[in-house]
Design a protein around this ligand. Structure first.
Ligand code: HAM
Length: 416
């Protein structure tokens, strides 16, 4: 039996890679405009890093991590997200001391042992960005502006931006108490998970998709109504900046993120086109995280998008590349001349193909069609003797005589 890939782990096939490169390149270009530099962090980290940052009682840490013991006896984990690793690198390399503000982006695979379905995989890819060192609401708005511009440049206008505030250690405890009291009165209507999480992570009940929980939590107290004065001012300022920059958004007071490190502004880009996998990108502020991981008190905010989900939304876009020229050859002398011509044109930046199977002229032309070559030229003894040949534009069959030198052909291809 042949060996197959692991469930939830996908190959990225050549037919999809153009689309992925488009997504990655667009992100790099947009990030550069906002002053972000790339950071590459390891795919495997000490398990402790994720427990301490994402939180012991989150679904990710409780159920979804790929954790193993290595030969030295250390507990290691395939990263389930990027923020924790980037903050670990910031602290370890003292990047915060080199510059008070650090703007970092990353892209790569993440791993979560979730139930695979469309848009949800066990190995998936994120493109993320993090800013550390700035507590000002202007930075929240700038990150949101950047995310919305990125989606615009990707040609996606549908995912809508939803924002919320999760408060801070000053105001969240009182809110938590109010929520727990509300949930206790509705205990019997809640699912087993929500009942279990009531003491450890009660906010998750607002996010639970079980119909009974959705109904029971209607009218639950919202964090935005319990913000302390500072968090309230911060959240208002974020919204004012967004309005000033004409970034469309809506408030979602029920938004709860599945990671514990968030404070204040949180957000998601939500689509109705991917079934239950509605978040295409998500993020928020995490002002206590760096300190929690043993670093100085440096605030932070960031986001990550799911590349697979963006690719699904862009799915029917055509990113096919086609060769500029197919050189069909008849005979050994033409084969060598064609090879030389091909090399010279490739050096000038053109994508050129020729026969590499010793096929008949008819088969070669069929291949030129299959590859959707823009132009073709046939080289035989007659063409070599004349030093010129007929360059054919494949779209309409029109022909023009060109000298069999790279400059002549290059000029004709570029001109046409
Ligand atoms: P997250 O919401 O867990 O946040 O993931 C961000 C995005 O990754 C999601 O919106 C989704 O598009 C994608 N994603 C997550 N899980 C899967 C999966 N199993 N299959 C496919 N795509 C998935 C974070 O990871 C935070 N680190 C984001 C952040 C950065 N917050 C602050 N900075």
């Amino acid at each position: 039996m042949s060996i197959t890939a692991i469930k939830g782990f996908n190959d990225l096939l050549p037919s999809e890679s153009e689309l992925w490169q488009f997504i990655e390149q667009t992100a790099r270009q947009v990030f550069a405009r906002y002053g972000f530099n790339e950071i590459r962090v390891p795919i495997v980290e000490k398990t402790e890093l994720f427990c301490r940052s994402i939180g012991d009682t989150t679904d990710i840490v409780e159920k979804e991590m790929y954790t193993f013991t290595d030969k030295g006896g250390s507990s290691l984990t395939l990263r389930p997200e990027g923020t924790a690793s980037v903050m670990r690198a910031l602290i370890e390399n003292k990047l915060y001391a080199l510059d008070s503000i650090n703007k970092l982006y990353y892209m790569g695979p993440m791993f979560r042992h979730e139930r695979p379905q469309k848009g949800r995989y066990r190995q998936f890819h994120q493109i993320g960005a993090e800013v550390t060192g700035a507590a000002d609401p202007l930075i929240d708005a700038q990150v949101l502006l950047m995310v919305s511009r990125l989606f615009k440049e990707l040609g996606l206008t549908e995912p809508s931006l939803q924002i919320n505030s999760l408060g801070c250690p000053v105001c969240r405890p009182a809110y938590r108490e109010a929520l727990v009291a509300f949930l206790e009165e509705r205990q019997d209507a809640l699912c087993e998970d929500c009942r279990r999480r009531q003491t450890t992570n009660p906010l998750r009940a607002l996010d639970c998709k079980v119909p009974g929980c959705v109904e029971a939590t209607q009218g639950a107290p919202a964090m935005v109504e319990h913000l302390c004065a500072e968090c309230d001012q911060h959240f208002s300022a974020v919204q004012n900046y967004l309005t000033a920059a004409e970034v469309p958004f809506s408030l979602n007071p029920r938004m709860v993120r599945g990671l514990d490190y968030y404070t204040r502004t949180t957000f998601e880009l939500v689509t109705g086109l991917l079934g239950s996998q509605s978040a295409v990108a998500a993020g928020g502020r995490y002002d206590g995280l760096v300190e929690q991981l043993g670093g100085p008190a440096v605030p932070g905010i960031g986001f990550a998008l799911g590349v697979e989900r963006v690719a699904l939304l862009l799915g029917d876009r055509n990113f096919d590349r086609m060769p500029d020229l197919f050189i069909a050859v008849m005979g050994d002398a033409a084969r060598t001349a064609g090879f030389r011509l091909m090399a010279a044109l490739q050096d000038q930046g053109f994508w050129v193909e020729t026969d590499c199977e010793g096929k008949s002229l008819k088969s070669q032309m069929r291949r030129a069609d299959k590859l959707k070559a823009r132009y073709s030229i046939v080289l035989g003894d007659t063409e070599l003797a004349a030093g010129s040949g007929a360059l054919k534009r494949m779209a309409d069959g029109s022909q023009q005589t060109v000298a069999l030198i790279a400059e002549g052909i290059a000029g004709a291809i570029t001109g046409g």
